[in-house]
Design a protein around this ligand. Sequence first.
Ligand code: TXA
Ligand code: MG
Length: 349
Amino acid sequence: MKTLYEVMDGGSGDAEKVRRAGEILKAGGLVAFPTETVYGLGGDALNPGSSRKIYAAKGRPSDNPLIVHICRVSDLERIAWDPDGRAALAAEAFWPGPLTMILKKKEAVPMETTGGLSTVAVRFPSHPVAQRLIDAAGGFVAAPSANTSGKPSPTSARFVAEDMDGKIDMILDGGDVGIGLESTIVDLTEKEPMILRPGYVTQEMLEKVLGRVSVDRTILDASSLVRPKAPGMKYRHYAPKGDLAVVEGEPEEVIKRINALCEEAGRQGKRTGVIATDETARLYHADSVKSVGSRQDEEAIAHSLYRILREFDDEGMQVMYSEAFSARGMGQAIMNRLLKAAGHHVITV
Ligand code: TXA
Ligand code: MG
């Protein structure tokens, strides 16, 4: 299949590109598009054939449900139930934006889209290109992250092309995404809301609107005995090709240990990479040292993490070490993704 590549450049041609992309989705095809979190791989959420194609293009197990993206709060009631008004409250506070809600699904959503579940994940993204595309496609677009299953989610169209060229109908290039980590997922089907995947919208932010909110304890826990509630969180995910370990402890000790480990790996002829911060990057000795930004700036860290993991892949890094970050606030999302990328390999010094 030839994949069309269209750049949204803010010019007068953009409307026509979005219109064509919408036609592709309505006809059952697949289009990758930018959102404020990561790029999505879109198909018509109400067409079971489109969802099957999404699973095939990603190489994703079909029991791992897709998020349905909408472009109007009022469209929520066509696909999901909100028996206690909590979804409306959360929508008022956080939509459009990086929050996905799990709700009981209505008939209109096919089981192919929800991976056989009676619940559906719904999100109203804030990215203007995403909103225009969803509207042009008829209002309901199923979209997982636009990566091959198991790879880090794409934060720019070039990474989408790496994974999806030849497998989907079109890529809409809207530049680099803003946030860089996937949306927060909150389950609203139980009495107490539960965060199944941490993201930019934090537990504290949700609690201001919904009262007590719990966090699925598998989020930072390596225990494989407990099954996460979001099926996708059980897979080894966000993973680079080489071996990645997270080194935690006092900064000076971390730097010493990482340098020693890199020296050792280098002696074995392995290519080494370090995920550092602006404060520490110049203190490391490895084949490649990349800073995620200042340690104080969680938004910068979230923004750079997946890009750096992908760049290390492209550079053929075989052994990688990362500093650890605070797991509070948005740091919870950062550490969740980093620990998953590392297969929970943590070295404490
Ligand atoms: O930021 C995002 O959410 C991005 C952009 C494209 O919107 N999308 C995204 O989708 O990250 P995906 O498919 O890569 O991750 C969706 C996660 C998976 O872990 C899946 O298991 C979970 O949401 N999920 C979807 N529907 C669910 C449901 N009904 N119950 C529990 N978990 C669900
Ligand atoms: Mg994903």
